[in-house]
Design a protein around this ligand. Sequence first.
Ligand code: NDP
Length: 483
Amino acid sequence: MNFDTSWSYAPAPENKTAATINSQYDLFIGGQWQKPLSKKYFDTLNPATEEKLSEVAEANEADVDKAIKAARNGYEKWWKRMPARERGKYIFRIARIIQEQARELAIIESLDGGKPIRESRDFDVPAAANHFFYYAGWADKLEYAFPNRQASPLGVAGQIIPWNFPLLMAAWKIAPALATGNTVVLKPAETTPLTALKLAGIIQEADLPPGVVNIITGAGATGAAIVKHPGVNKIAFTGSTEVGKIIQRSVAGTNKKLTLELGGKAANIIFDDAPIDQAVEGVINGIYFNQGHVCCAGSRLYIQESIADEVIRKLKDRMETLIVGDPLDKNTDIGAINSKQQLETINEYLKIGRKEGAEMYESSCRLPRKGFWCRPTLFTNVAQSSRIAQEEIFGPVLSVLTFRTDDEVIEKANNSPYGLSAGVWTDKGSKIFNITKRMRAGVIWANTFNKFDPSSPFGGYKESGFGREGGLHGLRGYVEIKV
Ligand code: NDP
């Protein structure tokens, strides 16, 4: 492909003063901002500049206990007793306020997490509002979701979310829990707490009864304290498979209900009859969206051998055109890596890939001097057994493999400890059905990638976790069903 690279876009930065970030945030418990009993705060940084944005409270076990008690109180006193139609109105209100504050939320998301403003503005924030709208609609219709059965809330849900889609994951967790009559204690990730704290302000503005939503910040120990607290009835976790396993062990033998949305290593398969240019666009989006910090990223590319050279050449051409840099610039395609620690993990995998004999190609773009950055990268000559083909890298790094027959690619695609998502590119509808029904992945996209809708369930098989979020299925994890 011949992309004209002899010109470049003028900078188009979003105005960061359009967002207000406090210098310090306390814990949002019982409808109020409360000083942490731990008396400790930690910094949250802008990964694109390494500058401190704010400091947030670190909740210890006593703070967690306080938040869970507030959630119990909110459940018993208000939420459980409230007619479902009224609960729905509150959730609609949250959705509308998110829309009203969309610009500010998008700026904060990009500042705190490093993702391009185009993505936070056009994907994260609208998708979060949509999620609240969608579940608000279900609140008074549960008898249609579970016909001839009675669905009752579980009580208090402890929810732990990762750093890759902070506001959106908060919406995925909070909206279905509230719609089904539960109250929540949510902990955002240590590196990206700011939009969840902004959401706490929105919840206050929406005038939810005290204790219905509690948002507490902290590191892994805070998450662990939520998980082991006897006062929670349900744990919903999104994050690494490693921590998912720890959580599963911790709730074993208790009555706590659990859903886990964990890692992935999605196979994105291009057959020789596929529309190649569209497939190349889809592969680029599949792996480089959100710097590759996406659990369902199409990080293993399988190309049918006869078209491999052409696809790889076109991929490299397209990678050269990706704009890497200031997340607040509206032209930016790839922003900053979320944290120093994650950058180290990615760099380690780049080393492993080279050591395993794969051939590395990275775009020639210039990287800013400060901050955490990684060029869009791909590896060819990758073996199926290679670690870069088996393990989740969670960065802008694509492993490219080839295949000859349908049976071979299905065997290879399914040969993974994960099973969260996959993609298939072909001209033939019948082939899509034949291939996808033999693949073990929760979500399979055909001739597209990374498409999300609140009405569509999302979740995995094998080490990618269990339980579904989104859609009708997303209600299941928050109710007890009586026949
Ligand atoms: P984690 O799984 O550690 O973090 C997810 C959330 O769990 C965070 O809020 C974290 O808090 C919290 N947490 C950490 N330890 C515990 C614990 N023992 N009990 C309860 N909660 C806990 O992911 P990392 O941020 O460490 O990322 C590591 C790797 O995980 C990445 O390289 C990537 O491969 C994968 N990952 C996958 C995600 C996915 O969606 N599939 C999302 C994020 C990461 P805190 O952040 O404050 O430590």
